[in-house]
Design a protein around this ligand. Sequence first.
Ligand code: ADP
Ligand code: F6P
Length: 327
Amino acid sequence: MVKCIGVLTSGGDAPGMNAAIRAVTRTCLNNGIEVYGVRLGYKGLYEGDFIKFDSNSTRNYLNVGGTFLKSARFPEFKDIEVRKQAIEQMKKVGMEALVVIGGDGSYNGALRLTEMGVNCIGIPGTIDNDIPDTDFTIGFDTALNTIVDTLDKLRDTSGSHQRCSILEVMGRRCGDLAIYAGLACGAEMIITSATGFDENAVVEHMKKAKTGQKKHAIIVITEHITDVHSLAKKIEEETGFETRANVLGHMQRGGSPTAQDRVLATRMGIHAVNLLMEGKGGLCMSTVKGEIVGLPIAEVLSHKRKVDYDLYEEAVGLRVYDKVGVR
Ligand code: ADP
Ligand code: F6P
């Protein structure tokens, strides 16, 4: 049976990563397995930046955002020689297996290491909810609630001044943060890569909204779609609707994890260690209809994340868009 496991966080941090580290650590210690925290993701693995954990090591981190192990982007890890060096560092302390908490990029690293003989289990830690085959990723719920809080505040000022407010949220290419937040806050429009973006259609929609006696409006849009400041200018010029644009940025990646994220992280952390104890590797934790399962990383990475079109159809039903670009 595995005697020593490492745990690291990699890629963009997400609230709930600490809860996952804690669950991995406790499950190891409760089963007589040594556990090391690896600082700074794969960079720390390569440099041998390890901390031997005991039962005090993860105390008081359950409710803390970010990752106390720190995270890093370390593209050098794609190089097999760098990975060989990392495996040498693991051997020095007897580390036989690894739990990798991160996004799909980090999963790639975990898969490569497993192929080189080191069992790895991935845990989906990213606010973007962009990992295929899992209903939710750790950090998504917290980021969503931060966005909802922001949108509620925007609504106050937007309503008071009878303005249109645009909020750009994160997600990379995934529109989940925007669609969930938009529905939760009664946005006038939600724009994501799944809806497509047609500036003229947005302007037309806002014209109709204004003539329909709309006094204020909220538009939620995923990052990397358009320049929201230019969009605000265009809406204002063409519809007479005074418009302000806001980019929420990295604030939505921080903060104390919600109960939902803490529980998800805890369950996934426990299951990840159980899988390593069974001698398994190359798997990642997913939640499928509430159940925690281990799926092959290679398969998950080969899938495209499914867009929840039902959610978009429901938004269409609320006239959030006039079927602009959906599907
Ligand atoms: P995320 O895990 O959030 O998607 P990144 O895409 O930046 O974030 O990936 C995190 C890290 O995973 C990278 O900095 C790199 O160290 C490692 N990684 C990404 N892709 C690969 C790959 N193809 N092979 C090995 N390691 C990889
Ligand atoms: O993957 C998480 C995420 O916050 C994305 O939503 C965003 O596009 C990206 O990371 C930002 O990365 P960085 O922190 O490197 O600017």
